[in-house]
Design a protein around this ligand. Structure first.
Ligand code: MTE
Length: 332
């Protein structure tokens, strides 16, 4: 990954300030459509609790995405949630630039409607599906996950989505499918970062089938009680909480079932530095820096103390068995 030294002391635009007028005009209507569902949740969702805590309903900036709290083991960390402002203004989305503030500045151009996901490769019936249909294939759950970036920072984010396994079961992979590849959006018209040659675009990622089927692997359509902000990977992204953040591809357009381990973007760009597995592991250093500690975004500014990075990002009890007997130094 391209480590930048700039400190995050600058002013970030709020997502409400960068949303296109067209989307803004539609928002009231969408909110009306979804308000019935949101009301059914009582004070269960993060956005509503936040709004309640602030004594106003102003916290809702994008259309609400109703969800119930997840019962999946390990899915609800009790750690302090990162502020919405930090989570939406300090991002990696290289299609929109290399600076952490670039996605919040430029991703408003991302065109998310219409959106479809093509399911191809070793499945019973390869098909292109509309996002609206895919969104109905699982019950929307809120899950509070730690996200640990390979660069050494972390956040705690209330995501909304359902287990990727719900989609996988639905599309019926063939027994020969051993890996799942995720291909993300490439649109030179709207993505200025594509001009950089760091990655052979599109950005692709992959998981072994058992990792993809693990209940913690989330297909995510929103966060903080709302639909996904563009800079965080609208309209649909992956969140694999025990792996470094780059395994969680944003703005997915294709899911491909394959027999052989796919070549993924960062492993292709710098094979000595990024492996296919990329499990969070404080004992396996990156060739250029240690992975033992991390900086939690939003904690204490310039003088914040670093915290210890946890094995599998704290999800060891849930996922260690996937790697039983594997050499995690070789398979980094
Ligand atoms: N997905 C795409 N398509 N392009 C990217 O550059 N960056 C990854 C990942 N997904 C990236 C991506 C990296 S390095 C991280 S750390 C996370 O997204 C960051 O997610 P966040 O900005 O929502 O915190």
């Amino acid at each position: 990954m391209l480590i930048r030294t700039q400190q995050d002391g600058f002013i970030h635009p709020f997502s409400s300030e960068i949303t296109s007028p067209e989307v803004y005009a539609n928002r009231r209507q969408l909110l009306r459509q979804w308000s019935a569902g949101a009301a059914a949740l009582g004070m269960g969702s993060w956005a509503q609790r936040e709004a309640f805590a602030q004594g106003s309903s102003a916290a809702v900036k994008l259309p609400a995405l109703p969800a119930t709290q997840s019962g999946v083991q390990g899915a609800m960390t009790v750690e302090k949630v990162t502020s919405y402002k930090d989570a939406t203004s300090y991002n990696n989305f290289y299609e929109f630039g290399l600076d952490k503030t670039d996605p919040a500045r430029y991703a408003h151009t991302l065109k998310t409607t219409p959106w479809s996901i093509e399911v191809e490769g070793l499945v019973k019936k390869p098909t292109r599906f509309n996002l609206e249909d895919v969104m109905k294939w699982g019950a929307m759950q809120e899950r509070i996950y730690r996200l640990r970036c390979v660069e050494g920072w972390s956040m705690v984010i209330p995501w909304i989505g359902y287990s990727l396994s719900d989609l996988i079961k639905r599309v019926e992979p063939l027994p020969s499918a051993k890996f799942v590849e995720f291909v993300t959006q490439v649109d030179p018209q709207t993505m200025p970062g594509l001009r950089s040659g760091y990655i052979d675009w599109p950005f692709t990622e992959g998981l072994r089938m058992d990792e993809a089927m693990h209940p913690l692997t989330l297909l995510s359509f929103g966060m903080y009680g709302e639909v996904m902000p563009k800079q965080n990977g609208a309209p649909v992204r992956l969140v694999v909480p025990w792996k470094y953040g780059f395994k969680s591809g944003k703005s997915i357009v294709k899911i491909r079932f394959v027999e052989k381990q796919p070549m993924v973007s960062w492993a292709k760009a710098a094979p000595q530095e990024y492996g296919f597995y990329s499990n969070v592991n404080p004992l396996v250093d990156h060739p250029r820096w240690s992975q033992a500690m991390e900086r939690r975004i939003g904690e204490g500014g310039l003088f914040e103390k670093k915290r210890k990075t946890l094995m599998f990002n704290g999800y060891e009890a849930q996922v260690a068995s996937l790697y039983a007997g594997m050499d995690l130094v070789k398979n980094f």
